[in-house]
Design a protein around this ligand. Sequence first.
Ligand SMILES: Nc1ncnc2c1ncn2[C@@H]1O[C@H](COP(=O)(O)OP(=O)(O)OP(=O)(O)O)[C@@H](O)[C@H]1O
Ligand SMILES: [Mg+2]
Length: 238
Amino acid sequence: MPATPLEVDNLSAGYGPTRVLENVSFAVPAGARLAILGRNGMGKTTLLATLAGQTRRYDGRIRLGSADLTAMASSARARQGLGYVPQARCIFPTLTVEENLFVGLKGRPKASLEEAYAMFPRLKERRRNLGGQLSGGEQQMLSTARTILGRPSVLLLDEPLEGLAPIICEELMAAFSELTKTGDMTILLVEQRIQSALDFADQVIILERGRLAWTGTPEALSMDHAAVERLLGVGGLH
Ligand SMILES: Nc1ncnc2c1ncn2[C@@H]1O[C@H](COP(=O)(O)OP(=O)(O)OP(=O)(O)O)[C@@H](O)[C@H]1O
Ligand SMILES: [Mg+2]
């Protein structure tokens, strides 16, 4: 599926009676790389989960290309091209790597697994290992690869680097960049590793208590020391 523009308009959402997101609006063109930043508990995961249709929406609209996702169930959104890799990597520990990948094929031929292996050759080496035997980095590769096999036009990544060694982080970020290189995929990346996110992104939004508090380019954010300190709680970026 080719990359698709995503448009979020006045979105308010939460869990049951708990309102978390308030009036969030932003638009990303096809092929964009958007970093979603903010301190702990500010609503980043809730935003991705809301796009994926897994929270309670109170107000607002979500459009993906010409499709209005707003009233669609999660499964229908996935069929429209929305790929969600949640923060919990959700792999099956007692299935092999290859069996875990079968889940992502959704009726596509088995040969399509090579797409996943081309992206992460390490998964091919470990294809007969159980999911539960993988390192954190390999689990993240598996979880991402399984979603990619569904050929999403927009990929939502929630803290893919969490708990991983720097060398593995570099490998993952290189793979994500590769996905957007041909312009075939739009990526929304939630990350606490701010510098990695900014090196990757071409646009940034920052959430503060469920509201959009800052929007701009990574370059503009690097120069906005006050915003970095207030909204991200770090002294500065290099
Ligand atoms: N299932 C839930 N039910 C009720 N409230 C929730 C639920 N999940 C999250 N929240 C609340 O929603 C707010 C935003 O949480 P969210 O997980 O979206 O933040 P986050 O920015 O992803 O944080 P982190 O950086 O720690 O991952 C928090 O106040 C949190 O306590
Ligand atoms: Mg989160």
